[in-house]
Design a protein around this ligand. Structure first.
Ligand code: NAD
Length: 538
C-alpha cells in the first residue's frame, strides 16, 4: 500500500461516502491509479441510492442544528479546520500529486489555498452584514438580513481535487449551510483524506453528523440525483462547459440556485510596449504549469506583429528547457497529464490544428521509456494559428499554446473576446492607455482581467469566475458569501399608523378601538404625522 495512505489512516479499499464517519457503501468498486506511473493507488466502494438518500437526509437534519450556532462560533470550527489542514499540508499535497499528477509544490499550494480560504471565512463569519435603508414611510425601519440557505451540493473537477471544495465549503459553513461534496471520480482518495481531516474537527467539537458530507459515485447514481434534489438549495459545480450546460438547466428547471465555474480559453496579449522577459515567464508558467490542466491555463497568446518572431524564438527556447518527469521529484516543471484520454484529446487537437490550416511550431509528442511508459507524459506544444480557427476557440485541456498575430490593439482585444468562454485574460504592456483600454468596458469581456500578470491562478481575496460559457459563477472572496445565504428584506412599522405604499388610501371602519396604554405611543405619534410616502408597489 502507498505509505502516504497510511499517514491518513486509510486502507487500500475505502468507503466512498459518509457524514462524519464512513458508511457501508453498496455501489461499485472504483480504482484510483496514479498518472505518474499508472500504479494502483487504492480502491473506493462507491455510494449508491441508499447511501445517497441517507446523506441528503442527514445533511437536511444537521442543517437545523448547524444554522442555530452563532456565525462566529461556526467560524471558529472553520478556523480549526484551517489549522488541521495546515498540519497536513505536506502529506495532503503529496497525495494530490500522486493522484492527479501536478507538481509537489502545486499540490501543497492547493492545500495552502484551502487554508487561506478557511482564514478568510473565519473573518467573514463576523461580517455577514446586511444593509439598513431609509424607509419612505415615517416611523418605519427597513433593513435586510442574511439567513442560512440549506444543504449545498458541491461538484468538483479532477484538476483541482480539493481547492474548489474549500472555496465553497468554507463560506457555506460560516453561512450556516451544510455541504454535500461530490468530487471527481478521478481523484477520490484525496477527497477521502480531506474529509477524514475535517470530520476529526467536527467530532472533537461534538457536532452532529451531516454538516460536511462526502459521496463518491457515478454521474447517474449520485451526480444527477443531487442536481435534481429539491432539498439541496444550491448546486455549485466546477467542470467542463458541457457539464455546466446540463447542470445549469436541470437546477434551473426546479428553480434552484447554481454557481457554475466552467471551462476557460484564456489569452495573453503582448504589445510592443511590454517587458518581454516578464511576459515570456508568465506565459510559460501559464501554459505549462499543471501540464496545461488549469481552468486559467494560458491557451492563446496574441502578439503584435513587430515582436512576433522574437516571441516565437523566446518561447521555443524556454519550452526546450522544461524538465518533464515525476512531479514529486525536485527540479521537474511539468508532470504527466491526468490519464491517457487526456493525451488522446491533445493528439486529436493537434491533428485538427493542422487540418484547419494552423501549424505546430514545437512539441506535441508523446514521451516513452522509463517512467514515461505510463503513457501520460507529453512534450508541451506551441502552435501557430488564425484566431478564428474552430480548434483555437475550444478548450483542449492539455498543454497546447496557440500563437496569434495582431496589428491594432482593437483587433487583439477582439480576438481575446472571440471565444465563447470568458474566464481569465491578461495584457502585458507598460503603456497606460493600452492597459486601461484593455480594462475598459470595450476591453476584455472576461471575469478576470490582469495587467502584467499572467492568466493562470488567482488570489482567494477576489471573486473568482468567468462570463459567457464559463458560467457566470463566482467563488472565494469579495461578496461571494452572499450566494450561500438567503436575503430577507424586513420593514418594521413602529408608527402606530398604517400608511400604505404609493400613498394609497384604503379606508374602512373596522369598529375596533385602540386600547389605552398610557402615553407610550406619543413619540411615535409625533413621527407618524409624516405619513404616506411612495414605496414600491408589489
Ligand atoms: P468534468 O465536467 O468532466 O467533471 C467535473 C465534475 O462534474 C465531476 O465531478 C463530474 O463527475 C461531474 N459531472 C459531470 N457530469 C455531471 C452530471 N450530469 N451531473 C452531476 N455531475 C456531473 O470536468 P473535469 O474534466 O473534471 O475538469 C476539467 C474542466 O473543469 C475544464 O473544462 C476546466 O476548465 C474546468 N474547471 C473550471 C474551473 C473554474 O473555476 N472555472 C476550475 C477548475 C476546472
Amino acid at each position: 500500500m502507498e505509505p502516504i495512505l497510511e499517514k491518513f489512516g486509510m486502507s487500500e479499499e475505502m468507503s466512498g461516502a459518509g457524514c462524519g464517519s464512513w458508511m457501508d457503501c453498496s455501489g461499485e468498486i472504483m480504482p484510483s491509479t496514479s498518472p505518474i506511473d499508472g500504479k494502483l493507488l487504492g480502491k473506493v466502494r462507491c455510494a449508491a441510492e441508499n447511501e445517497y438518500e441517507t446523506i441528503v437526509e442527514r445533511a437536511t437534519e444537521a442543517f437545523k442544528t448547524w444554522r442555530k450556532i452563532p456565525a462566529p462560533q461556526r467560524g471558529d470550527v472553520v478556523r480549526q479546520i484551517g489549522n488541521a489542514l495546515r498540519d497536513h499540508k505536506k502529506d495532503l499535497g503529496e497525495l494530490i500529486t500522486l493522484e492527479m499528477g501536478k507538481l509537489r509544490v502545486e499540490g501543497e499550494g492547493e492545500v495552502q489555498e484551502m487554508v487561506d480560504m478557511a482564514d478568510y471565512a473565519v473573518g467573514q463569519s463576523r461580517m455577514l452584514y446586511g444593509l439598513t435603508m431609509p424607509s419612505e414611510r415615517g416611523g418605519h425601519r427597513m433593513y435586510e438580513q442574511w439567513h442560512p440557505l440549506g444543504p449545498v451540493g458541491v461538484i468538483t473537477s479532477f484538476n483541482f481535487p480539493v481547492a474548489p471544495w474549500a472555496w465553497n465549503a468554507m463560506l457555506a459553513l460560516v453561512a450556516g449551510d451544510t455541504v454535500i461534496w461530490k468530487p471527481s471520480s478521478k481523484v477520490p482518495m484525496t477527497a477521502i483524506a480531506t474529509m477524514k481531516i475535517v470530520w476529526e474537527v467536527f467530532n472533537k467539537n461534538l457536532l452532529p453528523e451531516g454538516v460536511c458530507n462526502l459521496m463518491i459515485g457515478s454521474r447517474n447514481t449520485i451526480g444527477d440525483p443531487l442536481i435534481r434534489d429539491r432539498r439541496v438549495a444550491l448546486i455549485s459545480a466546477t467542470g467542463s462547459v458541457a457539464m455546466g450546460l446540463h447542470v445549469g438547466q436541470v437546477v434551473a428547471s426546479r428553480l434552484g440556485k447554481s454557481i457554475l465555474e466552467l471551462g476557460g480559453n484564456n489569452a495573453v496579449i503582448v504589445t510592443p510596449r511590454a517587458d518581454l522577459k516578464m511576459a515570456v515567464k508568465a506565459i510559460l508558467f501559464g501554459a505549462v504549469g499543471t501540464a496545461g490542466q488549469r481552468c486559467t491555463t494560458t491557451r492563446r497568446v496574441i502578439v503584435h506583429e513587430d515582436i512576433y518572431d522574437l516571441m516565437v524564438e523566446s518561447l521555443i527556447n524556454a519550452y526546450r528547457q522544461i524538465p518533464i518527469g515525476n512531479p514529486l521529484a525536485d527540479g521537474i516543471l511539468m508532470g504527466p497529464l491526468v490519464d491517457s484520454e487526456a493525451v488522446d484529446s491533445m493528439q486529436t487537437a493537434l491533428s485538427q490544428l493542422k487540418e484547419q490550416g494552423g501549424q505546430i511550431l514545437y512539441g506535441g509528442d508523446i514521451l516513452s521509456g522509463g517512467i514515461y511508459d505510463a503513457g501520460t507524459y507529453v512534450v508541451p506544444a506551441i502552435g501557430e494559428a488564425a484566431a478564428n480557427l474552430p480548434i483555437v476557440r475550444q478548450e483542449t485541456f492539455a498543454p497546447i499554446l496557440y500563437l496569434i498575430k495582431y496589428r491594432q490593439l482593437e483587433e487583439a482585444i477582439g480576438n481575446n473576446n472571440l471565444v465563447s468562454q470568458g474566464l481569465s485574460s491578461s495584457i502585458f504592456t507598460n503603456d497606460l492607455i493600452e492597459a486601461e483600454t484593455f480594462l475598459s468596458l470595450k476591453g476584455s469581456d472576461c471575469g478576470i482581467a490582469n495587467v502584467n500578470v499572467g492568466t493562470s491562478g488567482a488570489e482567494i481575496g477576489g471573486a473568482f469566475g468567468g462570463e459567457k460559457d464559463t458560467g457566470g459563477g463566482r467563488e472565494a472572496g469579495s461578496d461571494v458569501w452572499k450566494s450561500y445565504m438567503r436575503r430577507q428584506t424586513c420593514t418594521i412599522n413602529w408608527s402606530g399608523k398604517l400608511p400604505l405604499a404609493q400613498g394609497i388610501e384604503f379606508e374602512i371602519n373596522s369598529g375596533l378601538r385602540r386600547p389605552e396604554v398610557g402615553n407610550r405611543n406619543s413619540a411615535c405619534d409625533e413621527l407618524s404625522r409624516v405619513e404616506g410616502g411612495k414605496g414600491k408597489q408589489g
